[in-house]
Structure formats: structure tokens, C-alpha cells
Design a protein around this ligand. Structure first.
Ligand SMILES: Nc1ncnc2c1ncn2[C@@H]1O[C@H](COP(=O)(O)OP(=O)(O)OP(=O)(O)O)[C@@H](O)[C@H]1O
Length: 957
């Protein structure tokens, strides 16, 4: 046992360096650099060529190769990564996947025989000896001697040198570093260069120890080992990453010595990464949270687009009778990849997550389908079982991504893809050493000919397109988009986030499985080589190249990336050119190749007009608008006034004082809480989830709630009660713990101590969406909502609580929930005077309008209590006054209780009947606004610190 441990420590040193490089890059660019392993392999290829081809002495070639890798890595940062700043982290990761392939092809060009561990140059002058019964070669001793030296040098450089400090500062806080005169961009390049050099060091010393191994897998496999250590170190601590990799190295050698083989090691690594991710759910939370996504689902296809799509389908079917069987086989593979690509379209294009395991799911689908079809003799039973198995696997692999964001799904699916290739698919009950594929039988006719089978593949592609369209275009797709844009806001609106995400993974897995069925049954003998891990990367690439926002994108991408090399002998240069080409598409065309094509088609005549809610169509609503909103509509700030200069609503729809054209009268205004009951009935808002009985005790009650973050006690034992229909204000200086208290009340943060009860039920352990279902609904300080959704779509998402769109309803095209949501959204658009904005993306709106949209969304949930976090923030003073009036009316006419955090004291005084002041996580005063404002502790803690707030909305009332 001692031998593998020592050997493991040797290899672990090298993996540790790789992990250090990954962490460095992650800290400076906030995403996983999938090209990291390949850049190292490229350095190894350079060394191999220098030493064996140009007879350069090994120890001269070694630093040269490291320098070349450093240069390649720096070039990647400058030429690609920097250009992608501001785009979602997934885009950066996809670009580095492309780079990884490209750099590997370049490495093959440099060292044409590939990087065979058996012939790769070994470091001369290094002793070799036998440890127990294990021979320890010169590469191992070089690792043991040189890796600590390199690590020590790196640590000294980062900690002590001016450059090192600047690199760390630039990586941890680029904006602050820039303000302090540190050229953050240059420091990022330096971090990438150092990572590249370290990767080369690792690859040069690891390759001779790996035996014969294909260059295709060396990059990702090396990366996986480094990734395991990096993830264990929360992608943050260099020493922890290094130490964890020592453990990875030892574990690997121990498993190998026990005969686990490559498969066992891959499985163990995948499990290790999974557990490491699950125990640190905070990892990746900051990644690209504010990044701007392109709009994922385009406007409905024009008539010309539909005609063209029909003609393309006819041409594709007609091709079956014109091409050779060989070409038909290649086209079948294109169709199979396109179907798997549609699953990427759902996971990445719609949900914004990167999954590298879709092809492994395809492999599982194929294997199960082949077995079941073989044993039952029924192809369709096999296909259904294959899709179900792939869906199940996708759900299992996707489970950790429910708790995590950012890099989680990318890391677990990469690990899964490699483990599937090396272990899972090789199990005898899946593909084993290979199984023969029964051909489908269609009404007694076996599809043996490649041309016939191609037609069947085309049919499956059409089925997959139809399903993907259904899932994207309806309520289900909208909810997934909302989760992608802003998961917290979606949960606050009652969206069951985990269920919807798992359903999406299952649907995408089933589609991938269908692709696997198409590919699998099309071959005579199916082995693991039909479903390699690298294809998982190819299928992401082809979907992005074709266009993540377009259904036809995956077909276009599959034709280029799979069809072209399948039909034309490209050679290694051609392959390199093709990879470079798709890389350029990813970097320069965010919408993929399909986007300009779609735009072109969109310009053709016969464009279908998107459905716009007709505003003011129902007279009854006109009166309700006027009743709730004084002056007929929400006051607008300057941005919106400009937009309003071309109103979509005819001006007579909304008039002052509720006087309506045609003599309809809005009736009298509300007369406070007592008269409010009648008004509530008049304003036909949705039925309330919790019957509110005024005076029946506290609606919300928090007892002794406390929460600390590390050493900071954000909330330290707060008692708070809000009665039904009551309006309570919370004030306090910055950092007093107000938002954290809200997070606890709404279920976004678990309290360390204390209980929260709502409507007579203990909700302490409830999720935000469950609380929202009960009527406890919160708003957010930034009112960001869903930037790529339109106002109308956001309201439809808010309608999900009343009329949820399940996966099956969406897939079968059920319109019931959609109709109910549309009725509710239409009412709210009218009620809040949002008709002019209904089709505009929320991200384009000013803060004031976004707050109005947010309030409309919140009211769609039939709340009993609204938790409003600084509703006047970002709103002009005049609009702030109107906001207070509107909130008062929401309270009085709808009976909704309000708990409002607000820095604008006069505004709050106008609104609240009771006020609570907080400081340092505790309640320091509770009473009427006057009592609290004049309380000595409040004056000392709050007003003294921020007197400007007193006068913001004029004199206190
Ligand atoms: N997720 C977190 N991790 C670490 N510290 C946190 C976290 N959330 C809040 N804090 C800390 O807890 C304290 C209270 O923060 P909180 O945001 O609740 O205050 P606040 O009263 O809402 O302030 P503001 O008025 O500026 O929004 C602060 O010191 C803050 O830095």
C-alpha cells in the first residue's frame, strides 16, 4: 500500500499545480477554463517536438515549452476571454471548450504522432528506482523535486512581489484594483499566462506516466484531476487546492493498485467532485449573476419562415432518394446529433446552464433502447425505455445543480461524461464490449437500408423539434427563462424552482436519449466509441454555432460540425480550420450563424404579427384602473415619458378621476379600511389565498430570529409581529440587518435561531415559493425582475401560482393555464397602465416602471402580506409620493398588510401606522412613526447618521 501512496503523492503534486492554475484563472475571470488541460498538452507537444525533432536538450526545451504555453494562455485571455466580458459565464466556458479542441488539434500538428506516454521524452538526469515492487521513473522523481520548487516560487511571487499582489488584487476585486491604479486587465492576462506555464509543467511530467493515451482524452482527463482539487478548495484557496490534489493523486494510485482501472478512477473522481460541490452550495453564486443574456425565444416565425422550413424538410426527405447509402448514413448521424443538440438548446439556451453530459445521456438511451428492443422485439418499446432511462440519468446528474449555480452543472456533467465513457457505458448491461443493433420495423418493413433508416431519423428529428418548440414557446419555457434571469425573483413569485429545473433536465435528457436511439439503431455494432466524452463537447459547440436561440440552430450546427467532416475528408488542417471557424463564430456572433439567417427570413413578406394584448378592451377594467390609480396611471419618469410620446393606449382610455368616455363612471374613491372591503370586491383582483380577518391576531410573527454570517451578527434575536391589514415600516442605518430579516421572513435565508409563523402556521422551514403560496410575498431592493422577459411575460410568470404550467401540459400543448394567465396579465396590464410597455423587455425599463411591474406581479399572487424592500429606491421624489399613495390604496382597498423597509422617512411616515427601528441586528424602537422618529436611540443610531433622508420627500407628515 505504501508504494501507491508515494506514487500518488508524486502525481498529486502535478495535479496540484494544474489546480492552482485553474483557481488562478477562475479568480480572475469567474469561469472554468476548459482549455487549461489542453494548453498544458500543447506545451508537452512543443517539448516533444523540440527534444525529438530538433534535438534541443531536454532542460532547455522544458522552460521554452512552459513559456510557449504561457504565451498561448495569455493570448487566449486577450483574444477571446476579454472580448466575452459582460456576457454570461457559460459563454466563456463554451469558448474555452472550443479553444480546448483547437489547441489539441494544434498540439497534434506540432507533434504529429500524438502524445504517446510510452515514447514521450523523459527528464534526463533524474534517478529512477524501484519502490517496493513499483518502478519509479525519472518523470516521477522530477515531479517530486521540481513541483514543490515551482509551487514555492509561485507562492512567493504571489505573496511577496508587487506584481503578485497586483495579480491577487486584480483577481479578487478588479474594479477596486482599477480604481487604485492597478491595471486589472493586464494582471488578468498575467494570471492566465502563469496558469498556462504551470499547465505545461504538469502535462510534460504527467504524460510519460500515463502509458498510451489518446490526445483527445488527455486534455479533459488532466483537467478533471485539477478540477477535483480546485472544487474542493472552493475555487478560492491555492494551498487547499494543492493539498486536495495530493489526495486525488494518492486516491488514484491506490485505486489503480487495487485493479479499479481507468473507469474506477473516473467514477471516483466524478463522485468526489459531486460531493465537494454539494457541501459548499455557495460556490459559484457570484458567477455572472448580473450578466446580460440575449433574448432566448425569438418572435413567432413569419409565414415565409414556415414555408422555407417546410421546403427544407421536403428537400431533406427527397435527398433520401438521391444520395448513396453512405451519404444517407452520414446524414443520419447529423440528424442524431441535431436531436441531442436540441437538448442542449433547452439546458443551455433556455436554462442558461452548461451541460457536457448530453452525449453520455444519449449513450445511455441508445444502450437501454438496444437491449429492450432486442429482448422485446419491439423497437418502439425500446425507444421509449431508452428515452426514460436517459431522462432519469439526467435528473440524477442534475440534482446537485439545484443547490448550486454557475460552474456546478458544467463541472458535474464533465465528470459524468468522462466517467460514462470510461466506466458506466462499458458495464455489460449497457454497451459492454459492444452490442448489435436491431433495426426498427415499420408496419412489417424492417428499415435495414441506410436510406430508409435516414427517413426514420428525419421523422424523429421532426418529432424532437416539435417537442422542443412546445417546451420553449409556452408557459414552461417562460418559467425556465425567468429562473435563468433571476431565480430569487421567480421563487418569490411562487415558482417551484427545483421541480421545474428537474423537469427541464428530464425533458432534455429524454431528447438526448432520443438522439442516442437514432444514432444507436443506425449502426450495426454499437460500442462506447459511438458515444465518446468528447462528443459531449462537440454537441454543445454545434448548438452554439448554429444559434442557441433558434430551433433550427442545432440542425445548422450539426450539418457544419458533423456533416462536413463526415461527408468530406478534411485532414488535420481542415479539422483545425473548422475548429477555428466555429470558435470565431462563438466569439463574434452571440446569436450563432442562424441569427443573421433568421433575420433575413424575418424580412421576407408574410411576417406574422406577434400577439399584443389589446389595451382597454374591457370597459369594466377602465373604471378599475381609474379607481386604483389616481390620475388614471402611474406617474412616469423621463425615460418612460419619452416612450409614452407614442402611446399604444389611446389617450381616452385613462382619464382623470375615473371619468370614462361613453359616460361610464368609476364610482367613488375608497374610504379607508372600513369602506375598503367593498372596494376590494369591486377591484376584481384574484381571490385571496388566506382569508384575512382584521383584528384576529398577528398575521406574521417572528420570535427570536437570529442569523450570523461568519463573525457578523446580521440579525440578533428579533421579535416582530404584523397584524392583518396593518402597515409597518422598518427603518435603520445601512447594515442594521433589515434586508437579512426580510430574507428570513420570506424564506430565502434560514435563521440560526428563532421561529417564523404566518397565518397561524409555523413556516420557519418553508421555501420562499411555499410561503408565497400562502400569501407572504416579498419584493427586492433592485426590482431587477426578469431582464429578458417582456412585461407581459413577467406577469404571465406571476400568474403561474394560480395556473401552473406543468411539463406534460406544455409538451402536449395544453392551453388552459396559458389562457388563465393571459386573462390575469391582461387585467394587470390595464390596471397598472402598462399597456405601452407590455411587449418591452423588463431590462430596458427605468427603475420606476420596473417597480410598477414588480408590484403588479406581486399583486397577481393574491398576497395577504407584502414585504417591500426599499420600494422608493431609484424612484424620483414625485413618483415616491405617488408610490406611497398607491401602496396606501393597495392596503386600504385590497386589505393587504405591508411591511416596508424604507430609508425615506417622510414617505414611510405617510404610509405606515407603526414603525420599527433596527440597529446592529436588533430592534431598538417600536411604536407610532412619531414615537420612533423621536426615540433617543433612533436619533443616535439612524437620524444622526443620515439627516438627508428626513427631507427627501419633504416634511414628515
Ligand atoms: N450573505 C451575507 N454574507 C455575509 N454577510 C452578510 C450577508 N448578508 C448580509 N451580511 C452582513 O450582515 C449585515 C446586515 O446586512 P443587511 O443587508 O441585512 O443590512 P441592511 O440593514 O439591509 O442594510 P442596507 O440598508 O444597506 O440594505 C451587514 O454587515 C452585511 O454585511
Amino acid at each position: 500500500m505504501i508504494d501507491p501512496i508515494v506514487l500518488g503523492l508524486f502525481t498529486g503534486l502535478t495535479y496540484g499545480l494544474l489546480a492552482v492554475g485553474l483557481v488562478l484563472v477562475y479568480r480572475s475571470s469567474r469561469f472554468l477554463n476548459f482549455a487549461h488541460g489542453s494548453v498544458g498538452v500543447f506545451g508537452a507537444a512543443v517539448l516533444s517536438q523540440l527534444v525529438t525533432g530538433a534535438a534541443v536538450p531536454y532542460w532547455v526545451a522544458f522552460p521554452l515549452a512552459m513559456t510557449v504555453s504561457a504565451g498561448v494562455s495569455a493570448l487566449i485571455e486577450v483574444a477571446v476571454v476579454r472580448r466575452l466580458r459582460g456576457r454570461p459565464g457559460v459563454t466563456g466556458m463554451i469558448a474555452t471548450l472550443g479553444l480546448s479542441q483547437f489547441v489539441l488539434v494544434l498540439a497534434l500538428l506540432v507533434s504529429s504522432q500524438g502524445l504517446n506516454g510510452l515514447t514521450f521524452p523523459k527528464p534526463p538526469g533524474m534517478p529512477s528506482f524501484t519502490l517496493g515492487r513499483t518502478p519509479v521513473g525519472p518523470a516521477f522523481t522530477a515531479m517530486a523535486l521540481l513541483a514543490p520548487l515551482l509551487l514555492g516560487g509561485l507562492a512567493l511571487f504571489l505573496r511577496r512581489s508587487r506584481f503578485g499582489l497586483a495579480v491577487r488584487a486584480g483577481a479578487d476585486a478588479p474594479d477596486t484594483a482599477q480604481l487604485n491604479g492597478i491595471p486589472a486587465a493586464r494582471m488578468t492576462t498575467l494570471a492566465w499566462a502563469m496558469a498556462g506555464a504551470v499547465a505545461a509543467f504538469s502535462a510534460i511530467l504527467v504524460t510519460p506516466t500515463q502509458g498510451a493515451q489518446s490526445i483527445d482524452t488527455l486534455g479533459p482527463e488532466l483537467l478533471l484531476r485539477g478540477l477535483a482539487g480546485a472544487v474542493a478548495a472552493r475555487m478560492a484557496s491555492l494551498p487547499v487546492a494543492f493539498a486536495a490534489c495530493l489526495g486525488v493523486g494518492v486516491g488514484e494510485q491506490v485505486l489503480l493498485s487495487m485493479g479499479a482501472g481507468r473507469g474506477g478512477v473516473s467514477l471516483a473522481l466524478a463522485l468526489f467532485i459531486l460531493v465537494a460541490l454539494l457541501v459548499q452550495p455557495q460556490l459559484g453564486r457570484r458567477d455572472g449573476g448580473q450578466a446580460r443574456w440575449p433574448r432566448a425565444v425569438p418572435a413567432p416565425a413569419s409565414l415565409a419562415g414556415r414555408v422555407l422550413a417546410g421546403l427544407a424538410l421536403l428537400a431533406a426527405a427527397g435527398a433520401a432518394y438521391l444520395v448513396t447509402n453512405e451519404t444517407a448514413s452520414a446524414l443520419t448521424t447529423v440528424a442524431g446529433f441535431a436531436v441531442v443538440g436540441l437538448s442542449v438548446l433547452l439546458v443551455t439556451g433556455l436554462a442558461g446552464e452548461l451541460s457536457l453530459g448530453q452525449f453520455a445521456f444519449a449513450g445511455i438511451g441508445a444502450a437501454v433502447s438496444l437491449h429492450v428492443a432486442g429482448s422485446t422485439g419491439n423497437f418502439f418499446t425500446g425507444a421509449v425505455a431508452g428515452c426514460a432511462a436517459a431522462a432519469g440519468a439526467a435528473v440524477l446528474v442534475g440534482l446537485p445543480a439545484l443547490r448550486l449555480r454557475g460552474i456546478a452543472l458544467a463541472a458535474t456533467t464533465l465528470a459524468f461524461a468522462l466517467a460514462a465513457e470510461a466506466w458506466l457505458l462499458r458495464l455489460p448491461w449497457l454497451l459492454g464490449d459492444g452490442i448489435s443493433a436491431p433495426k426498427p420495423v415499420w408496419t412489417g418493413y424492417a428499415l435495414v437500408l441506410a436510406k430508409d433508416y435516414y427517413l426514420f431519423a428525419l421523422l424523429m428529428l421532426v418529432l424532437a423539434l416539435w417537442l422542443a418548440h412546445r417546451l420553449r414557446a409556452g408557459g414552461f419555457g417562460r418559467v425556465v427563462l425567468a429562473l435563468r434571469d433571476n431565480e430569487d425573483a421567480a421563487r418569490a413569485l411562487g415558482v417551484p424552482a427545483p421541480r421545474r429545473k428537474l423537469q427541464l433536465y428530464a425533458a432534455a435528457g429524454a431528447l438526448a436519449g432520443l438522439g442516442g436511439v437514432v444514432i444507436g439503431h443506425g449502426q450495426t455494432q454499437v460500442t462506447v466509441n459511438s458515444f465518446p466524452a468528447a462528443a459531449g463537447i462537440d454537441v454543445v459547440a454545434l448548438t452554439v454555432v448554429g444559434g442557441l436561440g433558434l430551433l433550427g440552430g442545432s440542425i445548422l450546427g450539426a450539418l457544419l460540425l458533423v456533416g462536413l467532416p463526415g461527408l468530406v475528408e478534411l485532414g488535420i488542417f481542415g479539422q483545425a480550420a473548422l475548429t477555428l471557424g466555429w470558435l470565431l463564430v462563438i466569439v463574434t456572433m452571440p446569436g450563432g450563424l442562424g441569427e443573421p439567417l433568421a433575420r433575413l427570413v424575418g424580412r421576407l413578406p408574410g411576417r406574422q404579427r406577434s400577439r399584443v394584448e389589446s389595451p382597454g378592451g374591457r370597459r369594466g377594467w377602465r373604471s378599475r384602473v381609474a379607481r386604483l390609480l389616481p390620475g388614471g396611471r402611474w406617474p412616469l419618469d423621463d425615460d418612460d415619458r419619452r416612450l409614452r410620446s407614442k402611446p399604444a393606449v389611446s389617450p381616452e382610455v385613462l382619464t382623470r378621476d375615473g371619468d370614462l368616455p361613453g359616460g361610464a363612471s368609476a364610482g367613488g374613491s375608497s374610504t379607508g379600511a372600513g369602506g375598503g372591503a367593498g372596494a376590494v370586491r369591486a377591484v376584481r383582483l384574484p381571490r385571496r389565498a388566506v382569508p384575512v380577518v382584521v383584528g384576529a391576531g398577528a398575521l406574521l410573527e417572528a420570535r427570536g430570529v437570529a442569523r450570523a454570517f461568519g463573525g457578523v451578527r446580521a440579525v440578533g434575536g428579533v421579535d416582530l409581529a404584523v397584524g392583518a391589514g396593518e402597515v409597518v415600516g422598518i427603518i435603520g442605518p445601512n447594515g442594521a440587518g433589515k434586508t437579512t430579516l426580510f430574507e428570513i421572513l420570506a424564506g430565502f435565508t434560514r435563521p440560526d435561531q428563532g421561529r417564523v409563523a404566518f397565518a397561524g402556521r409555523d413556516v420557519t422551514g418553508w421555501s420562499p415559493q411555499r410561503r408565497a403560496g400562502l400569501g407572504l410575498v416579498r419584493s427586492f431592493q433592485d426590482a431587477r425582475l426578469f431582464p429578458t422577459l417582456t412585461v407581459r411575460e413577467s406577469l404571465l410568470v406571476a400568474g403561474e401560482r394560480l395556473a401552473p404550467t406543468g411539463l406534460l401540459t406544455a409538451a402536449l400543448g395544453g392551453r388552459g393555464p396559458q389562457r388563465r394567465q393571459e386573462a390575469l396579465a391582461g387585467d394587470l396590464v390595464d390596471l397598472f397602465g402598462l399597456a405601452a410597455y407590455a411587449q418591452r423587455q423588463v431590462g430596458e425599463l427605468s427603475t420606476g416602471t420596473r417597480r410598477t411591474v414588480e408590484l403588479a406581479c406581486l399583486l397577481a399572487l393574491e398576497p395577504s402580506l407584502l414585504l417591500l424592500d426599499e420600494p422608493s429606491s431609484g424612484v424620483s421624489q414625485a413618483d415616491g409620493v405617488a408610490l406611497a399613495d398607491l401602496l396606501t390604496r393597495v392596503n386600504q382597498e385590497l386589505g393587504v398588510a405591508l411591511l416596508v423597509i424604507e430609508h425615506d422617512l417622510p414617505l414611510l411616515s405617510r404610509l405606515a401606522t407603526r414603525m420599527v427601528a433596527m440597529d446592529s441586528g436588533r430592534v431598538i424602537a417600536d411604536g407610532t412613526p412619531d414615537q420612533v422618529r423621536t426615540h433617543p436611540a433612533v436619533v443616535a443610531a439612524y437620524l444622526g447618521a443620515d439627516t438627508a433622508a428626513v427631507h427627501r420627500s419633504g416634511a414628515p407628515v
